[in-house]
Design a protein around this ligand. Structure first.
Ligand SMILES: [Zn+2]
Length: 56
């Protein structure tokens, strides 16, 4: 394996790890049941608890 391919694979792995480790950017976690809801959701899709919003 060439060094260029190795670097490309490592960058891809780092990118995937970054996306996986920052789900709060894409999902809003319910404080009561822990269900991940989409960022647009106003209420939890599982328990209907109102979700906190940063922008009122
Ligand atoms: Zn919930």
């Amino acid at each position: 394996m060439s060094a260029g391919a190795y670097v490309a694979i490592m960058l891809a792995v780092i990118a995937v790890c970054t996306l996986v480790s920052v789900p709060p950017l894409f999902f809003r976690k319910c404080l009561r049941c822990g269900t991940r809801n989409f960022i647009e959701a106003r209420n939890c899709r599982s328990c209907e608890t109102p979700l906190p919003h940063d922008t009122a």
